[in-house]
Design a binder for this molecule. Structure first.
Ligand SMILES: Nc1ncnc2c1ncn2[C@@H]1O[C@H](COP(=O)(O)OP(=O)(O)OP(=O)(O)O)[C@@H](O)[C@H]1O
Ligand SMILES: [Mg+2]
Length: 228
C-alpha cells in the first residue's frame, strides 16, 4: 500500500484539493483507495459525501472526529480495509512538532502544495526545514515532492515561487494552474480526472508529472521491500 500525506502547515494552500483529486485519480485507475481526513473541518469527508453513486468508490475516514486514548495514528492504520492500495491523508493546517512526527510515522510519501505568494513561500521554507530537521524525513527514507498550486503563469509571484522551489533539494514535480475546474469538481465530489469537459485537459496534463512521480517512488519502494 502506498501511503501519501498531503501536508503544509500553511492554511488554504490546496491540501484538500490535492488529496481529493488524488483519491479520485487513483479510484478511476481501479486502485482500491482510502481517503483519511485528519482535519476537524472535515472538508475531504464532505467532498466524499457529495460523491455521485456512479463514481468509483473511495473508502473515507474522518480521523479527526474519532480521536481516542490509544493515539490517533495507531488507530487509523487499523481502519483502512486490508485490500487498500493507495491511502491518502488530508492534513489540517498548523501541524508541527510532535504532531508532525506522529503523522509522518506511518506514511512513505509526502506532497507539499505551495501557493505563489511571499507569505506562503516564507511559511513553506520553515515547514520544509521542520519536516527535514524535526521530522527527519530524509533519514526515514520518505519521498517528498513539492507542487506549486493556483499558479498564474507569467506573474511575478509565480516566477518567484518557481525560482524558490528550484533551489530546494526536493523534487518540484508540477505546477497546477488556478482554475474554477477545481472549485466545480469540489462541489460535485469528483476530481478533474472525472470531468470530460475539454477545459480540463490542460489540468490533467499538469497532473501527469505528479502521478508519474508517485508511480515511480511506489515502484522503487516495492522493490526495496522485496530486496530487504
Ligand atoms: N488550483 C486551484 N485553482 C482554483 N482554486 C483552487 C485551487 N486549489 C485550491 N483552490 C481553492 O482554494 C481554496 C483552498 O483550497 P483547499 O481547501 O484545498 O486548501 P487547504 O490547504 O486544504 O485549506 P485548509 O488549510 O483550510 O485545510 C478552496 O476554495 C479551493 O477550491
Ligand atoms: Mg483542507
Amino acid at each position: 500500500m502506498q501511503k501519501i500525506l498531503v501536508i503544509n502547515s500553511k492554511g488554504g494552500c490546496g491540501k484538500t484539493t490535492m488529496a481529493t483529486n488524488l483519491a479520485s485519480y487513483f479510484a478511476t485507475q481501479d486502485l482500491s483507495t482510502a481517503l483519511l481526513d485528519f482535519d476537524p473541518q472535515g472538508s475531504s469527508i464532505r467532498w466524499l459525501n457529495q460523491r455521485p453513486k456512479s463514481g468509483s468508490s473511495i473508502y473515507g475516514v474522518h480521523v479527526a472526529s474519532s480521536k481516542n486514548n490509544t493515539g490517533v495514528t495507531r488507530a487509523f492504520q487499523m481502519r483502512v480495509p486490508p485490500e487498500t492500495e493507495r491511502m491518502i491523508i488530508d492534513a489540517p493546517a498548523g501541524i508541527t512538532g510532535n504532531e508532525l512526527i506522529d503523522l509522518i510515522r506511518h506514511v512513505d510519501t509526502i506532497i507539499v502544495p505551495v501557493l505563489p505568494s511571499s507569505i506562503d513561500i516564507h511559511a513553506v521554507t520553515r515547514f520544509i526545514q521542520e519536516l527535514l530537521l524535526v521530522g527527519k524525513a530524509r533519514q526515514k527514507g520518505l519521498n517528498i515532492a513539492v507542487v506549486a498550486n493556483r499558479a498564474k503563469k507569467n506573474t511575478l509571484t509565480y516566477r518567484a515561487l518557481e525560482r524558490f522551489l528550484k533551489t530546494l533539494k526536493l523534487p518540484f514535480v508540477t505546477t497546477l494552474r488556478d482554475t474554477q475546474n477545481y472549485v466545480h469538481a469540489a462541489e460535485r465530489g469528483i476530481g478533474i480526472h472525472e470531468m470530460w469537459d475539454k477545459r480540463t485537459e490542460a489540468d490533467k496534463a499538469q497532473w501527469r508529472p505528479l502521478t508519474r512521480w508517485l508511480d515511480d517512488v511506489n515502484q522503487a519502494n516495492t522493490k526495496h521491500k522485496i530486496a530487504r
